[in-house]
Each structure stands twice: as C-alpha cells, then as structure tokens.
Design a protein. Structure first.
Lengths: 489, 491
C-alpha cells in the first residue's frame, strides 16, 4: 500500500515537492580527523587547536583511524558499498574559519556509495530512501559576528573535527518524510555510536535541497537551504521554501539556483549574502595523504562489532511480538524508551507483548516525557512495569487500579506488589468474595431491583457503580458484571 | 684556526672535536666571524649568542665523553625549514617576524644527535626559483666567479642558493636544502659542492614549508659524498607526523662510500642529449661515464621517452599544489597582516604586499590550471603524463642500476643576466625535474670546471630507496674528479 504523494496547491496548479538532504554528522571520536586535538563540545574558545588545525607553516595532516572506523561502521549500517580504496581531496576556498585555505574532503571517490535508509511514515507505510554517498571530511571553525562591532571573531575548536557527510538522493517528497528521515538517520548513528547526533549542540546539521514542479512535470530548479539545526525548523523551512518557489513560478518568474538560510524568527528563507562569483573549489587529490585502503579482514571484524541495526531490530521485534510496524516504529523512536521496552519484554511471563507495548506507548511515555532527567536514571524500572502488567494479565489487578499503581510506582519507585498490598488494591475476582457484596446491595436496594426487573435496564449501571464503590474499585469488572447479571435474573 | 679548518669535511671535523684538537666553541667562533662579513648574503638569520652557548655546552659534553655523534657540529638550515623559536621567513615578507613554536622532524633528529644550528640560509621566495634572486632579502652571490669576468656576480643557483653558497663559501661545514625540481642539486652544481635529493618519502616533510607536496624532499648539501651520506643517516626514516614517509629501514649510508662498483650498470639516457647541447658539456658527461667504466661499471644507452614532457608536467603540478599550499598565508593567524576593514581587502592587501612577483605568478598559474576550464586539459593530463615519466624510469631500471646525466645544462650565469622570460628559466631544470616527478633519489657531484672556470657537476639517479648505490657511485666520481674545493679562492 503506497500512500498518495504529498502535494501543495498553488493558484494555477498542484505541485509536487522534491527534497534531497545532506546531513553532516560529527564523528564520535576523542580526537580530530587529522590532528590530535580533542573534540569535546563546550570548551573555551581556541583551547582545542593544534598547529595542524590552525594551518601553521609546515604542518601536515595525519589520519585518525578511529574516524575511519566510525565512518565505515555507518556505511555498513546504511547497507552501502564500502569502497575498499577511497581518496582525500582538497576543496580550496578562502574563509577565516578555514585555516589551511582548503578543506580536506572526499570528492572524487568517497568511502561509501549506494546505501539506503528505510523510513516509516505516520500511516504505517514504509519507504526506502536511497543514500548516494557517505564521505569523510573536516569541519570548519566557527565565525562569530556579533561579539564586537568592528571585528568578527574566530573559534577554531571545531576546525578539523571529523564529519560524515551523508547525501540522500532526492527521494523525499514532504516535510514529514524529511523529518522522519533525519530522525531515522540520527537513530542509526546513535545506535551505532558513530555520532552523538545532537542537533542543538551542532553535532548533526542538515542542508536541504528543495525544488517544486507541477504534477507530472520534470524536476524544478533546486534551492539549497543551509545549516538547519533542528528537525522542526527544517520542516518549516522546507514548507516555506516550497511555497515561495510556487509563488515565484506562478508569478512568471524563474526559481534561481542559489543557497539560502532559514530565519527561525521571521520564519522565512532568504538568500545568503552572495559572493561575487560562484566559488570554484578546484578539487584535486590531497598530496599529503595516501589513498585510504580498507583491509578485508578489518572490514569483516568491524562488521562483527556492529550492534543490531534498526532495520533488523524492527523485523525481529515484529516477528517476536506480533506488533504492528507502526507500533514498533513508535517504540523505536526513542532509544531509551526502546531499551526499556526490550528489557520489559525479556522479563515478561503472562503479560503479552501487545499489552506491554500499549502501556509503554501510553502511560509510560507520557510520564517519561514529563521527566526532567535521564530515563535510565529514574527509579521506575522495566521490572516495575512488568510487575504491573503481569498483575493485570493474571486478573490480580484491574485496569483502573493498575493506573493508580503505575502513578504511585512512578513517583516513589516502590515495587508494584508492595503498593498493591499496602493499599489493598488487589482485584477481587473470586465469586466467594463478590457474591456477599452483591447480595448485600441488592438486599438494601429492593426497590431499585424491582424497578430494574420491571424494565429500567439503566439501573444496572447504577448497581455496578455502587458495587465498585463498596469494593473500593477493586472488583473485577468482568466477573462482577457476570455475577450481578446472574443475581438479577 | 682558519688554516686548521681549511678543507676539513664534516666527518673530519667531528673526529677533531672528539679527539680534542678542536673545540666546538672555536668552531662556532670561526664560522660566526665569517658569517658576520657574509659577503655572499647567504644567511637571513643568525643567533650568535645562542650558538656560542650551545657550543660551550657541547664542549662540556665532549669533555665528559658524553658526546653524541654530531656533537658540536654547526649546520646551516635553509630558511623554509622550521627551527623552534627562530624566525622563519621562507625568504618572504608575508611571514614577517614569524618564529615557529615547533621544530621540523629532520632538524630535531640532527639536534638530538648533538648538531647545532648555525643559521638560516637564503632561498628563492617560498623555494620558487633556480637563482635565489627572488628572495625578499636580496640575492645570494655565488662564491665562484667566471675567469672571463672576475668582477661579475653570479647566481648560486636556487632555490637552496643560500645553503649552497654558505657551504661552498666556507661559511658552513654543511647545510640542509630542499628540492622540488632541482633546488638542491642545481645550486650544489653551480657552487661546486655535493647535494642529494633523497627518495620521496625518505625524509619527513613535517615542519618544512611545502612548495609542492608530492615533489618536495629535504636533503644535505656538503663538501663530500661521505658527509652527505652521514647526515642522511640521521635525517632519514619514518615519521608519524608525516603520512607520506616510508617505513623502510634506514641503512648506514656511509658504508656505501668506498665500495666497489664493479659490474654496476650505468644508464646514459639518449633524450637528455639535447640538440643544442654544448659540446664541452657533452665531453664532460662522457668523461664521467669513462671514470665509472674504468672503475668496473658497465655503460649502457637507455631511453626515457617522455623526458621532453617533464618541464611542462612539473610546471603544472608544482603550480597547482603550490597555489593550494600557499593559501594559508592570509594574514589571519600569523605573519604580515594588512590592516583593513573588510575580509576581502585583508586577504588581497596582505597577499599583495607579502608575496613577490614570482610567487604571485605561480599562484595565479596554479589556480588557473586547476580551475574548471583547465582542470582536465592541464592538471589531470599532467598527472597522467607524470605516470608515464615514472614508468620510463621503472622500465629503465630493469636494465641499469644508476642513470648518469649532467646536473645542469650550463655553469652559473650572471646575476644581472637572469632571463626575463620565466619559461627560459624553467628550462634550466630540464635534467633535474623528471626525477622529482618520479620520486626517485638523485645526487649531484662536482666533477670539473668549464671553460670559464666554473663548476660543472654530474647527476646520478637511482632506484627508489637505493641511496646506497648513489653514494657508492658518487664516491667513485668524487675520487676521480678531484674537484678543487673552494677553488674560487684562487681566482
């Protein structure tokens, strides 16, 4: 089942949107790509810079093996073709945050080509997004223009940090798909441990290429929107840009191929300060670095160290739990939630995976979202959840009471069994216990019983309500109903 | 003192120091006095007080018999090689008073062996040139003069002209130079001393301002083949700070000196015999072959068919890499900075004021040759031709072990007669340039004086990492030639 493609209504036609994303993910490593400087976020300016990073005379780049490992792992996760031999090239241009006057990147032959990432859309359908390439390159330093009225200041801490540039094909057709793609990709990177994927800290940045065309027409001119640092802003920017392009086209203008930035306050894209001419980067192989050759044995060993990939996990969970792909995608949306769920699954006995999943997706996630700190540091553990759901499964606890126990356990960290014991919340399911209560009520309400028997069927609900009160809500609803019916017939 | 030091090689001086017939302080004082006069303009920077301090310490170590192999020996270093906390200019205004806070690997190895920094020598700006006349600190003069015009100043060659003149002019016992297209060998030839460009990857380039990263190598410039072999033993070897260095072990090169070359096959490349080759040069070259034959070698004709492409190929590749390597000199982090109100002006005014004409010419050319419109036809094509030039050598070395050629087409020429046309000047390098393209080792040995009484040298080219064969063969030439050391003094 394929969903109908997203479209935007213009004044003169209906348009399709085409999006390609270039994701820059900082490589998780202690040192930079070609120097020994640390990469930790948040250090004081220019304290994590070697002379190599600062482009001093006679300095030379030396490749950090860990960075290659991380990129290769990511490539395997993207199911791409790992190029056994790849090269480093110089991308030449002048800017103060680029000390060498060139960026070392991989232009001609990247480490990976032809990968893909499967995304799961809200409606439960899946879509395969092709990944054109993944290459390794240096990050630039930071330029800050607002610290001084007369000067821009440069912080080189970030200069030379390793990046993986992951370029998708223009297979994304809506802001929603783009958002899902970024989240899915980020998930993969964090699962593999190859990037922190933290957009707020800048360890994940996205450039979006957007074009529009009337349905059926060939692709329009694409515009690049640079440096989007949150999924939400990216989606806003894509939507705005698509609409802007539609307006332009419908006014009889051409869409200029250019680079734009998204203004998050004005909520619009605007052209970057144009450089005099288009920059020519004059790419050529960097003569300071030999070709990057990956050993077959090394690749094989690396493959062994990979954790379960999200795709495989999704398939496995579906097989094991019978949950829908959508349910599983929701659970996989947050790695700590997923970890919690998987642990709970491993502890279950009578509780069904579906029941556990429902609990996680509703009460649990609602509570987790309100949590200030880390989920795995909180005192409510998978054992707690399983405890509750098991009791529901064995009819020891009613659904209603289970919610009460959940809240208490969440707040206090107390074991569910203990809470139930202390509060006397055990569901009353036995006939011996319930019948006397029913009989007592019916004895007291002789008039209402007669009325019920006379035809006022709505009084059944009244009886149930009263019985629930008298049993402090602990009566097993199903059994109560059955016994009450029997008694009233 | 002068009498004692006259004509001593580095090795002999080291022996004297060890035996106590000479002190490091005397040695340092001797050279500092001469450098003070510096009639050749061979030096850019000297720190006499520091050198004397270090010489004193060296003497103490020698006395305590704690001396290391090169203890107390002062070496001159070309000023594109970074020596810690000493001003490094690359003979350019753009570095201003920059002093690197780090040491080049090759010099660190020399200092660790006890050698001392004599001073930083003059060069063509950023090593771009073959005359040393493009230096922002004025040209260096060749110690030699033509018999025909004894008052006329001659070029020492380039770009390592300062190092060559210093050694030749007896201002230094030995020096380091760098060679991208002949910049050690050609000035060594013009000044009548020995110079070797090792195999690409033999010595570390860390701390050396790059001209063309895939062509540059640092090497010793000395009075004797043995001295060059000795210094190379310390300099060579893998460096983890330079990804282009080889892990191949470093042999004791000095052992090669004096070995027999019986049965060695010497190749004479036909294509090097240009149509307009001076007949005297031709005879000189043949004499070299004759000497080697008499020592038991076999002389063979060989062919390097793509020789005629070498200068153009080199010009393209060198220009391309240089244009990128020099991008970092932008006034932002060190060196000269024009005070300007916007970024564009900061860049353009700094680089305009800081770079000389030849540097600008090569940057512009290199930029153009790698731009979209020229990339394929020039840069990529040059890389392909480079492969062919390399293959020529690989094929030739199936049949021979060493190739013999003259180092330069002529002897040193007058300072005021430097060709205006850069292309003519570039053709000076016709014998040396192919070797850098192929990454092979080559040594230049002074072997005779031409009709004007100026030095002529022979070049030996070897297989990659086979410097031993070069030293072995060069030693034979040296022995046969009996070249008059500091013969310029008698003019």
């Amino acid at each position: 089942m394929t969903k109908e493609r997203f479209s935007l209504q213009g004044q003169k036609a209906v348009y399709h949107v085409t999006i390609g994303l270039e994701v820059h993910a900082q490589i998780a490593s202690r040192a930079k790509l070609f120097s020994s400087a640390p990469t930790a976020f948040g250090a004081a300016p220019n304290t994590q810079v070697t002379f190599v990073d600062a482009g001093f005379p006679g300095m030379l780049p030396v490749l950090n093996k860990k960075c290659v490992e991380q990129a290769a792992k990511t490539s395997l996760g993207l199911r791409g073709t790992l190029n056994k031999t790849s090269y480093f090239d110089r991308k030449n241009y002048f800017y103060p945050d680029l000390p060498q006057g060139y960026q070392i990147t991989q232009f001609y032959k990247p480490i990976m080509e032809k990968g893909h990432l499967t995304i799961f859309r809200e409606d439960g359908t899946e879509k395969v997004i092709r990944v054109n390439r993944l290459h390794i390159e240096q990050d630039a330093g930071k330029s800050l223009h607002d610290r001084d009225p007369n000067f821009s200041v440069i912080d080189l801490n970030r200069a030379g940090v390793g990046l993986m540039e992951i370029v998708s094909e223009p297979d994304l057709f809506s802001p929603e798909e783009a958002g899902t793609y970024v989240r899915t990709l980020r998930n993969l990177l964090v699962t593999l441990g190859t990037s922190d994927g933290n957009m707020e800290e800048g360890s994940l940045r996205v450039d979006a290429n957007v074009s529009v065309a009337p349905i059926g027409d060939p692709l329009g001119t694409r515009v690049e929107i640079k440096n989007l640092n949150s999924v939400r802003f990216m989606q806003q920017a894509i939507l705005y840009e698509a609409q802007r392009q539609i307006s332009a086209l419908e006014s009889g203008n051409k869409v200029a191929q250019e680079t734009r930035l998204y203004d998050t306050i004005k909520k619009e894209t605007r052209a970057m300060r144009s450089k005099e001419d288009a920059q020519e980067y004059r790419y050529f192989p960097d003569p300071d670095l030999p070709p990057l050759v990956l050993d077959d044995t090394w690749v094989e060993e690396l493959t062994q160290t990979l954790p379960e990939l999200p795709d495989d996990k999704r398939a496995r969970l579906q097989k094991e739990t019978g949950l829908s792909l959508y349910d599983i995608s929701v659970l996989m949306g947050d790695l700590s939630v997923l970890a919690f769920f998987e642990k709970a699954l491993s502890l279950r006995d009578q509780a069904t995976p579906k029941a556990l999943a429902n609990w996680v997706m509703s009460d649990f996630m609602a509570a987790a979202n309100r949590l200030d700190g880390a989920l795995n540091a909180h005192h409510f553990s998978p054992q707690h959840l399983v405890g509750i759901v098991e009791m529901v499964a064995t009819d020891t606890l009613s659904g209603k009471m289970a919610k009460v126990v959940f809240e208490e356990a969440w707040e206090t960290g107390e074991k569910p069994a203990v809470i139930v014991e202390k509060k006397g919340l055990v569901q009353i399911s036995s006939t011996e216990e319930l019948l006397p209560v029913i009989d007592a009520l019916l004895e007291e309400e002789k008039q209402k019983v007669a009325a019920y028997k006379g035809g006022q069927e709505k009084l059944f609900g009244y009886f149930v309500g009263q019985l629930m009160k008298r049993t402090k809500g602990q009566a097993n609803p199903g059994i109560l109903n059955k016994l009450l019916k029997e008694r009233l017939s | 003192m002068r009498k004692r030091l006259k004509r001593l090689t580095l090795r002999q001086t080291a022996k004297n120091l060890q035996e106590g017939t000479l002190s490091a302080t005397e040695l340092a004082e001797h050279f500092l006095e001469k450098i003070q006069a510096d009639v050749f303009n061979a030096f850019i920077t000297v720190h006499p007080e520091i050198l004397l301090e270090q010489a004193k310490e060296a003497d103490l170590r020698i006395k305590r018999q704690e001396n290391r192999p090169l203890e107390g020996l002062p070496i001159a270093i070309k000023d594109n090689i970074c020596t810690k906390d000493v001003r490094m200019t690359a003979a350019s205004r753009i570095l201003d008073t920059f002093a690197p806070p780090y040491e080049a690997t090759v010099t660190e190895r020399l200092w660790n062996a006890g050698a001392l920094l004599l001073g930083k020598t003059n060069l063509d700006e950023f090593a771009m040139g073959s005359t040393t006349a493009t230096s922002a600190f004025g040209p260096t003069k060749n110690p030699w003069h033509s018999l025909k015009a004894p008052k006329q100043d001659l070029v020492p060659g380039g770009s390592s002209g300062g190092s060559a003149a210093a050694v030749s002019g007896e201002l230094a016992l030995a020096a380091l130079g760098t060679d991208t297209g002949g910049s050690i060998r050609q000035p060594a030839a013009f000044c009548g001393i020995t110079g070797i460009k090792p195999t690409y990857g033999r010595c570390s380039r860390f701390g050396i301002v790059p001209l063309a990263s895939s062509l540059d190598q640092v090497g010793p410039m000395t009075h004797s083949v043995e001295d060059a072999a000795w210094l190379l033993e310390f300099m060579a070897g893998h460096d983890e700070k330079d990804a282009t260095t080889s892990a191949q072990s470093v042999p004791k090169y000095t052992r090669a000196v004096g070995q027999s070359i019986k049965g060695l096959r010497i190749g004479i490349p036909e294509e090097y015999r240009t149509n307009d080759m001076d007949s005297a040069l031709q005879s000189f070259w043949e004499q070299g072959a004759e000497w080697l034959k008499e020592a038991g070698a076999e002389i063979k004709k060989v062919s390097l068919p793509h020789t005629h492409c070498a200068v153009k190929t080199y010009t393209v590749i060198c220009g391309a890499e240089a244009s990128s390597n020099l991008a970092r000199f932008d006034g932002v982090r060190y060196g000269l900075r024009a005070s300007e109100k916007n970024l564009h002006d900061l860049y353009t005014k700094t680089r305009d004021a800081g770079f000389g004409t030849e540097v600008k010419r090569r940057i512009l050319m290199g930029t153009y040759l790698t731009s979209k419109s020229s990339h394929e036809a020039y840069f990529e094509k040059a890389q392909k031709v480079r492969r062919l030039i390399y293959n020529d050598f690989v094929n030739t070395f199936h049949d021979v072990d060493v190739i013999l050629t003259p180092t330069a087409p002529t002897g040193a020429f007058p300072l005021n007669k430097i060709p205006n046309d850069p292309t003519t000047l570039y053709l000076n390098d016709v014998f040396t340039v192919p070797i850098n393209l192929a990454g092979l080792p080559a040594i230049s040995v002074p072997a005779a004086l031409n009709a004007e009484g100026l030095p002529l040298s022979l070049q030996l080219v070897g297989r990659a990492f086979d410097e031993e064969t070069l030293f072995k063969t060069a030693a034979v030439l040296e022995k046969c030639a009996v070249f008059p050391r500091a013969g310029w003094e008698d003019k």
